[in-house]
Every structure is written in structure tokens, then in C-alpha cells.
Design a protein around this ligand. Structure first.
Ligand code: A3P
Length: 296
């Protein structure tokens, strides 16, 4: 156990409107329920491990004329406060946001139902990033080992069982991605896929620019692509969570930017786990027009 910082036990999950949320966050729910959005707030919303940090860096560069010196002004979790975040020894998301100048770029993992209503009432723009369920499971497993603000994942098999049952922080991956998919035609919502970003980042950045009503010349666009590659972000300490105290996140256990690929699930799922997963997946996604790629 890390000696640095206050000791706190691994959190438990509490249901908020039927969605499991870690107790540290749930204890601050009054501040989320009464959160006041501003009309120029821009939200990046995801199920955990879908590419939140990647999208955050891209959008922050867009809002800062693609100038990496400006986006290196602060660590990512200060530049893009995490709305519902609470952990001992670290400022709350709601506190950071109350003091943040407009326009605010906000990170959240909330389901479409739990996101505070004032974001909708104020017609705030929301970018949702979805990633295939299998790679999310693997990424979430490693992250749960290093992030003490999450319940202990146990073994890979134990974690996979919990994940398939929706018994993890933010609940069912299926409900999350499908809930937001229902909003995909809302003019204030842009629904992106991690796999599309891996396939052609420039094309997806163009989609973000269009959504934000911006237009950049080609070399500026190329600059954003360059600075948001996995390699560049991994070398940029301002993209990482490495200044978060180790009693909250221990990067020695697993780095925040771990592999950044599509298809790592193949290195983790056994044949039996994969069959079981595919069977459950088909049932849960039956009738949905939402399709994911698990390899590129
Ligand atoms: P892996 O654990 O599979 O490597 P989030 O930011 O939502 O927590 O998601 C983290 C996942 O996004 C990690 O996945 C991380 O490596 C990946 N990621 C972050 N930046 C990336 C980038 N520039 N390119 C590709 N993947 C990236």
C-alpha cells in the first residue's frame, strides 16, 4: 500500500437512479444534481476507458488554436475537470468547475440519464466517445488495478464477470453506449468511435471541428494529429495523470496511457471467455443499430 497521502479503503458501489457509482462520488451527489451548466460549456462524455483523455487533448488543442504550449499550461485533469470526481487529497470536480473560466471543457462518465439536466436546458455541446466492449473491459481491468478510487478488480476472470453483469463503476457498458446512441441525432451531440479515431484521426478531428463550427487549415490540422498521437501524448506529462497522488493512482502498477490499440482484448480473452462474451453481447445489443469494430 502506498504510504503517500491519506489511506482510504477501495470504494464500494452505490446505486444512483439504478446506476452503480463509487461511493466517493455518490456522497457528493447533491452537488451533481444541482450542478449549474453554462451555455458555452462543452462536455466530453464516455464510458470509462473509451478514449476520454484522447478526445480531451484534441478538443483542448482545438480551443487553443492548436498551440501545444497553451495546452501544456496545466495537467489534463485541471484543464478538463472531471465533473463527478471526488477523492481524498484531490480537488473535487465540482469545485474546479465552479472556479473555471468560460468556456469550460468538462469530462464526465455519466449515463445520458444522469448527466445534469442543465446541460440539456442550456443546449451545451456534448461529444460522446464510444469504444468496443472488449477493449474497454481490458483497459478497465488494468485501470482498476492502478486506480484506488475504483473497487478492486480481482482476477481478470472475476473482473470480466462483474463487467458483463454491469457490476462495475458506471454500470452496464451496453446501457451506457445505447443510451447515448439514442441522442446521436441531437444537433448538440456528436457521437464518435475510438476505432474510427484509430483508423483515421484527421477525419474524426474534421468531424469535431465541423461540430464546433470551426475550420482549420491543413497544417494546423496536421499539428493536432501529431500532438494527439499515442506516442506524443505518452511523452507529454500534461496529458497523463502522473501528478495525481499515488494513493489515488499508481502508475507503477499500470500506466494511464497503456497500449492505445484496438484488439488488445485478443491477448486477454480465452476462447471460452470470448464465446460467453459474444453470446451475452448479441443478446444485449439485439435490435440496436449501434455497431462496433473489435479489430481494424
Ligand atoms: P488502453 O488501456 O487500451 O491503452 P480514458 O482516457 O477514457 O480513460 O481511456 C484510456 C484509454 O485510451 C487507454 O487505453 C489509453 O491508452 C487510450 N488512449 C489515450 N490516448 C490515446 C491516444 N492518443 N491514442 C490511442 N489511444 C489512446
Amino acid at each position: 500500500m502506498d504510504k503517500e497521502g491519506p489511506y482510504f479503503p477501495r470504494p464500494t458501489l452505490e446505486l444512483i437512479e439504478g446506476v452503480p457509482i463509487i461511493n466517493l462520488f455518490a456522497d457528493n451527489w447533491a452537488a451533481i444534481a444541482s450542478f449549474q451548466a453554462r451555455p458555452d460549456d462543452l462536455v466530453i462524455c464516455t464510458y470509462p476507458k473509451a478514449g476520454t483523455t484522447w478526445a480531451s487533448e484534441i478538443v483542448d488543442l482545438i480551443l487553443n488554436e492548436a498551440d501545444p504550449q497553451k495546452t501544456k499550461r496545466e495537467a489534463i485533469y485541471i484543464r478538463v475537470p472531471f465533473l463527478e470526481f471526488v477523492a481524498p487529497g484531490v480537488p473535487k470536480g465540482t469545485t474546479l468547475l465552479a472556479n473555471a473560466p468560460s468556456p469550460r471543457l468538462i469530462k464526465s462518465h455519466l449515463t445520458v440519464e444522469l448527466l445534469p439536466k442543465t446541460f440539456w436546458e442550456n443546449n451545451c455541446k456534448i461529444i460522446y466517445v464510444a469504444r468496443n466492449a472488449k477493449d474497454v473491459a481490458v483497459s478497465f481491468f488494468y485501470f482498476s488495478q492502478m486506480a484506488r478510487i475504483l473497487p478492486d478488480p480481482g482476477t481478470w476472470n472475476e473482473f470480466l464477470e462483474k463487467y458483463m453483469a454491469g457490476d462495475v463503476s458506471y454500470g452496464s457498458w451496453y446501457d451506457h453506449v445505447k443510451g447515448w446512441w439514442e441522442k446521436r441525432n441531437d444537433p448538440n451531440v456528436l457521437y464518435l468511435f475510438y476505432e474510427d479515431m484509430k483508423e483515421d484521426l484527421k477525419r474524426e478531428i474534421r468531424r469535431i471541428l465541423k461540430f464546433l463550427g470551426k475550420d482549420f487549415v491543413e497544417d494546423v490540422l496536421d499539428r493536432i494529429v501529431h500532438h494527439t498521437s499515442f506516442k506524443e501524448m505518452k511523452q507529454n506529462s500534461k496529458s497523463l495523470y502522473d501528478k495525481i497522488p499515488t494513493h489515488v493512482m499508481n502508475h507503477k502498477v499500470s500506466p494511464f496511457l497503456r497500449k492505445g490499440i484496438t484488439g488488445d482484448w485478443k491477448n486477454h480473452f480465452t476462447v471460452a471467455q470470448n464465446e460467453r462474451f459474444d453470446e451475452a453481447y448479441e443478446k444485449n445489443m439485439a435490435g440496436s443499430s449501434l455497431h462496433f469494430r473489435t479489430e481494424l
